[in-house]
Design a protein around this ligand. Structure first.
Ligand code: PLP
Length: 777
């Protein structure tokens, strides 16, 4: 370890013939990464002796690895020394691209789980896809979202190792490709345990041969190479509709099959052909329905390759697999058209049919009669229901926050809960405090460690010890000073990234997350307009200057979401140009929101906007990052907000709006147009979509948003997410929160109590819960 610094110097000299001062950022990045890799003990994750958990996920949103790996290896201090000795800012690697192999929360959860499992000592290896291009990079042109490909490997990928001789053949109808594994070590804090993230890359079975260039075989060879590589070329934006459906199923099967073949091969090396021990050796967690095709594939492998009977194979599958549900929205519960499925993997379809037959038999045994059976069918009216398949052929189905699990049991999956109550359980999501506090907010972590020691790094419940300072004005002042520092830093960063100057003395009110109608960024936009009009016409007299910060990517094919981005950018522009209000009000939409941006944004927030329609956000994890860093939640009673309030106290947060039970009632007679016509404040903000206040460049985007709220569209009823219902309570709560900010001490105390009570939301706790209840490691 002592020679880590020398090792960096040697590598630079050997690989590039340069000194530290001469090296480019990319060269330095590769040298530091390589030197850190050299300090690692051999990773044992995949070959561990005891029970191994395999986390199957189509997404791992790991962000930038270098700083978190240096932290976990205990090398961060040596690295800082080396940089300062050479006059280099330790933030030098902020130019290195994030590994954005995920869309949002679901992928980020998988990344936090990797960190936590390695830290708490659970052997958990991640299995997924090595996309050539990650989630697109976003920029704005005239306020419209534009997308460019995310070439995340531009500076190399020094943290992964290609395992050429562990590649695996994958068969589709009329196509066979190689799955080549790239292993990235997952280093637990203190480097006590090193697990593996194994991502599969698709390649042609024959090497592309340039000598064939002038030969007739060229076309065929070239096409084969392209077709093979296209399987892992792009990450799909999660709410895309029809485009690329087939390719998406291919991706799912590709990584599921490769991972299973790999696991079975390793199992047999130790246990021979006796599979009775399999579920003692392996647990497989399916992160949402994306990898559920692994279940029939597993049964296929056991039957075709190992000669095991269907009954026995299904029994083993049930013991091995567990399924995590991430959504109750029906459009996101995957269903595959039978003919599409058969055109990609006909030999797997046979096993889906067998599982369906076993289901029907079991339903009969349970006394579920004739017509009642259909709602359980895995194959139903030409569609294959992946969630149903997962619930039937696994031993555990979990939701990701208490309220979400209750909705699954009582509503979304109620019929399944009736027959298999013991399979349902809750595992409230979490985040790793190493990335989201220790690295993202060194000032606050230093303060905390100074007050209560550093045990919180691996035991977040320790934060509760902070409560003894809650009435200490001097301590609250220190806490307030840290928030000021983080706000200044974010303002600097936004100036550099966006070219926009924001006032760090304003309140920072922040909503960052994927752009989706259910998350209601449009509601936030309307409330800002309401405040704008209220300030202009004198209705609002007491107001603390505020900057409203947004960050979000919209799926490229999601027209409405893109309309909302343009709308918010138009509002931002109008307010920026209005001298009457721009000393009190600012709006900024930061571009290309990603993990690294989130690390800068979350520590700087005063208010965390978590305003999804009750019952729609399964858990949320952004809400936890903000809480941990000392922001108050301005939100609905939805997802993990419910538990945040339970932990930190209702008085220390701002909760508004219809609850799940209310929505169910309201939905029966909901008439948004009436609300619009009867309430002038609502009418005024909604009308800005069509009255010429803003310009959508003749795209029709704003008109479409207007219509969706008041008339509905073919696939959704009017105001499907109840924006107008919650509008007034939201505005009033927001204004009250704004006024409360005037009492700095009282307000910072609320923030402080959020930090002190964030212990539950460590992903270390979540992993321990999975381990004890589901994996039984
Ligand atoms: C945490 C995180 C998310 C999830 O945010 P939610 O508010 O829970 O939707 C999405 N994207 C990034 C980059 C994140 O870091």
């Amino acid at each position: 370890m002592a020679n880590f610094k020398n090792n960096v110097i040697d590598i630079l000299n050997l690989d590039y013939g340069k000194s530290i001062k001469e090296a480019s950022t990319v060269e330095l990045y590769n040298a530091v990464s390589k030197a850190a890799m050299n300090t690692l003990k051999k990773d044992q994750g995949l070959n561990w002796k005891g029970k191994k958990v395999c986390y199957f996920s189509a997404e791992f949103l790991i962000g930038r690895l270098i700083y978190s790996n240096l932290l976990n290896l205990g090398l961060l201090n040596q690295f800082s020394e080396l940089m300062s000795e050479n006059g280099i800012d330790i933030r030098v690697f902020e130019d290195i691209e994030d590994a954005a192999l995920g869309n949002g929360g679901l992928g980020r959860l998988a990344a936090c789980f990797l960190d936590s499992a390695a830290t708490v000592g659970v052997t958990l290896n991640g299995y997924g896809l090595r996309y050539r291009y990650g989630l697109f990079k976003q920029y704005f042109e005239d306020g419209f979202q534009k997308e460019v490909a995310d070439d995340w490997q531009r500076a190399g990928d020094p943290w992964s190792v290609r395992k050429e001789n562990e590649k695996i053949l994958i068969h589709f109808k009329n196509q066979t490709v190689y799955a080549v594994p790239y292993d990235t070590p997952v280093i637990g804090y203190g480097a006590n345990k090193i697990n593996t993230l194994r991502l599969w890359q698709s390649e042609p079975t024959e090497n592309f041969n340039f000598e064939l260039f002038n030969n007739q075989k060229y076309d065929k060879s070239f096409k084969e190479k392209n077709d093979a590589e296209s399987i892992t070329s792009v990450l799909y934006p999660n709410d895309d509709t029809d485009a690329g459906k087939k390719l998406r199923l291919k991706q799912q099967y590709f990584f599921s099959s490769a991972s299973l073949q790999d696991i079975v091969k390793k199992y047999k090396m130790v246990n021979g052909n006796d599979f009775s021990n399999f579920s003692m050796e392996y647990a497989i967690q399916l992160n949402d329905t994306h990898p559920v095709v692994a279940i029939p594939e597993f049964i296929r492998i056991l039957m075709e390759d190992e000669g095991i009977s269907f009954a026995k194979a299904l029994k083993i599958a049930k013991e091995v697999f567990a399924y995590t549900n991430h959504t109750v929205m029906s459009e996101a519960l995957e269903k595959w058209n039978v003919s599409l499925f058969k055109s990609v993997i006909p030999n797997v379809y046979k096993y889906v049919v067998m599982i369906q037959k076993a289901l029907v038999k079991e339903l009969k045994g349970l006394g579920v009669k004739g017509e009642e059976q259909q709602k359980y069918y895995i194959i139903d009216k030409n569609l294959i229901h992946m969630a149903r398949l997962a619930i039937f052929a696994s031993h555990s189905t979990n939701g990701v926050a208490q309220i979400h699990t209750e909705i699954l049991k009582n509503d979304a999956l109620h019929e399944w809960y009736e027959i298999y109550p013991e399979r349902f359980n809750n595992k409230t999501n979490g985040i790793t405090q190493r990335r989201w506090l220790a690295l993202a907010n060194m000032e606050l972590s230093g303060f905390i460690t100074d007050k209560i020691g550093n045990a919180w790094l691996t035991d977040l419940d320790k934060l509760k010890d902070l409560e003894k300072y809650k009435d200490d004005k001097a301590v609250m002042k220190q806490f307030d000073d840290i928030k000021k520092i983080k706000k200044h830093q974010l303002a600097e960063y936004i100036k550099k990234q966006e070219g926009i100057i924001i006032n760090p003395d304003f309140i920072f009110d922040i909503q960052v997350k994927r752009l989706h109608e259910y998350k209601r960024q449009l509601l936030n936009a309307f409330s800002i307009l309401d405040i704008y009009f209220g300030l202009k016409d004198g209705r609002i007299k007491e107001f603390n200057p505020t900057v409203y910060i947004f960050g979000a990517k919209a799926a490229p094919g999601y027209f409405r979401a893109k309309g909302i981005i343009k709308f918010i950018n138009e509002i931002a522009k109008m307010i920026r140009e209005d001298k009457e209000v721009n000393d009190k009000l600012q709006v900024v939409f930061v571009s290309n929101y990603n993990v690294s941006y989130a690390e800068k944004i979350t520590p700087a927030a005063d208010f965390s906007e978590q305003i999804s329609t009750a019952g729609t956000e399964a858990s949320g994890t952004g809400n936890m990052k903000f809480m941990l860093n000392g922001a108050v939640t301005l939100g609905t009673f939805d997802g993990a907000n419910v538990e945040i309030v339970e932990q930190a106290g209702i008085d220390n947060n701002y909760i508004f709006g219809a609850r799940v039970e209310d929505i169910q009632e309201i939905s029966k007679t909901y008439h948004p147009k009436k609300l619009y016509e009867e309430n002038p404040r609502i009418k005024k903000v909604v009308d800005t979509l069509v009255d010429g206040t803003f310009d959508d460049g003749d795209t029709g985007m704003f008109k479409e948003l207007y219509t969706s709220l008041l008339e509905g569209a073919s696939w959704h009823k009017a105001d499907h997410y109840y924006l107008l219902q919650d509008f007034i309570p939201y505005c009033e709560t927001k204004l009250k929160a704004n006024r409360d900010y005037s009492n700095t001490y009282e307000f910072r105390r609320k923030c402080f109590l959020n930090t002190a009570n964030a212990g539950k939301f460590s992903s270390d706790r979540t992993i321990m819960d999975y381990k004890e209840d589901i994996w039984k490691v």
